[in-house]
Write a protein that binds this ligand. Sequence first.
Ligand SMILES: [Zn+2]
Length: 118
Amino acid sequence: MEHLTKEEVEELRRTLLRMKEEILKRARENLKTSSSFEGGDEIDRANYQRENFLNLRLLSREAQLLKRIDYMLLKMEEGTYGVCENCGEPIPYKRLKARPVARLCIRCKEEEELNEGQ
Ligand SMILES: [Zn+2]
């Protein structure tokens, strides 16, 4: 990640840590609201269960993002952050700033999406 200055890496690290903090905060709030429902009629309960289900799905998606953030932080420690995992090209700071968890350069990302669509 020689193409990134120390300041840029530091900025990206702060962004990742902030993302992580927000996910953990939301997860805690979700947990609080999802474990204390009593009373209400059948419909209330059905609605509640559906919301709960959505919350859980959201949580698992966020759990994945959380894992990804930790992975990116680890890569920063190792000095392999910001390099495309497919072709080895440096990922421009502009892209990383918009998406700090990016593992691929734009070209490889587009190819991957193309392949997934087939
Ligand atoms: Zn690439």
